[in-house]
Design a protein around this ligand. Structure first.
Ligand code: MG
Length: 381
């Protein structure tokens, strides 16, 4: 009996690169690039002519690549996303967009700072405002108080808190050399306390001071990531407060009876929360909720700090504190203490007592500063 002839293999239905380009809205040039980069391989390449052919089922992936390009995602990120199942791809896109928004927010703050700097009270006459006169005096000043407390459980205090006429700072040291690390970071900022600071140069001065703090921490910590410190500080210019922030210590502003948190924790758990990978309830109970995403340490380059500028209003009350306060004392109690205490020293005392009332498992540091009007004769300026 003659052997049955083998059936010819069906030739898969494919589209030419031109037809596929039209359907996917990706140019042939882009399709060739994505092939080279491994983002979108053609279904078949003609061995004789080298022409690329695509399967209709590849259209969806091609469209996803085009959309992700339009979103501005880098090619390496696109390669990861298109290899994932839809749910996981959606999570990755959400995480990418959170990172974009965080970067945009930092740039927006910088832009705001530059606009304030160029149009602020110290900017002087400009083509837009030729009659503007330079002020001869400031009318605001700070009243402040700082206390750092060991708490009721830890054998030593690794926090450092400081308040001077221009510098407010809290640093929370960790690791074997945590106390000298937090002390060195704050000490490096104290140089800004010596001279009056023009608003225009404060950003550069702060960046330099943070570099100085990073070097000082590196010196006392040795080349290790295990020892380091957070640093949250504000520098007073006479009309504004410049904020620098690395880690999970915090700054709050009480204005018109409302309490605003003005720093964002640099913790791994906060990043997961921002990216929608954890719920707030899961974050609160997370075993590694104090794991820092950014800190000044002995090893590696200093991370970029968050820098912001706040216009001060008379009546503003600022609080800088370590996580020993915020992990034990709820926001409502913070607000109550800050609202009812008549002066910074009283507010600091009440807050430390509140933390100790919870058992104070960690060191607790608080700096409270009030922006007050100063009555000053013009010839005193
Ligand atoms: Mg702490």
């Amino acid at each position: 009996m003659p052997k049955p002839k083998p059936k010819p293999k069906p030739i898969p239905m494919t589209m030419t690169i031109g037809a596929f380009s039209k359907a996917s809205r990706l140019s042939p040039k882009a399709l060739r690039l994505y092939d080279e980069l491994g983002l979108l391989r053609p279904a078949r390449v003609d061995p004789r002519t080298g022409y690329r052919h695509y399967a209709p089922e590849q259209l969806e992936r091609a469209r996803l690549v085009a959309w992700l390009r339009r979103l501005g995602m880098p090619l390496a990120g696109i390669r990861e996303v298109v290899a994932l199942e839809p749910a996981a791809a959606a999570r990755e896109i959400r995480a990418y967009w959170s990172r974009v928004e965080a970067r945009t927010a930092a740039r927006r703050d910088l832009a705001t700072f530059l606009i304030d700097h160029l149009t602020g009270p110290l900017a002087g006459p400009s083509p837009d405002n030729p009659n503007k006169e330079l002020p001869t005096m400031t009318t605001l000043e700070l009243r402040y108080s700082a206390v750092s407390d060991t708490g009721l459980v830890r054998p030593a205090n690794q926090d450092t808190a400081y308040a001077g006429t221009r510098v407010l700072a809290v640093a929370d040291g960790f690791g074997a050399g945590g106390a000298p690390a937090s002390g060195a970071a704050v000490e490096a900022l104290k140089s800004l306390d010596a001279e009056p600071l023009p608003a225009g140069s404060v950003l550069n001065l702060l960046e330099d001071a943070v570099q100085g703090a990073a070097e000082a921490v590196r010196e006392v910590a040795g080349a290790t990531d295990e020892t380091g410190t957070t640093l949250t500080a504000m520098v007073w210019t006479g009309s504004q407060l410049a904020l620098v922030h690395i880690g999970d210590s915090r700054a709050y502003l009480l204005r018109d009876g409302e309490l605003f948190r003005i720093t964002h924790d640099h913790t791994v758990v906060q990043s997961l929360l921002d990216e929608g990978r954890l719920t707030p309830e899961e974050a609160t109970a997370h075993p590694q909720r104090s794991l820092l995403a950014k800190a000044l340490t002995g090893g590696g380059p200093a991370p970029a700090p968050d820098l912001r500028l706040h216009d001060a209003l008379p009546g503003d009350r600022y609080l800088l504190c370590s996580d020993g306060l915020t992990t034990t004392v709820p926001d409502a109690v913070l607000k109550e203490a800050l609202t009812t205490s008549p002066d910074p020293a009283g507010a600091v005392r009440t807050l430390i007592e509140a933390a100790n009332g919870t058992g104070a498992p960690d060191n607790v540091s608080c700096v409270v500063a009030d922006v007050v009007r100063r009555v000053q004769r013009c010839d005193e300026a």
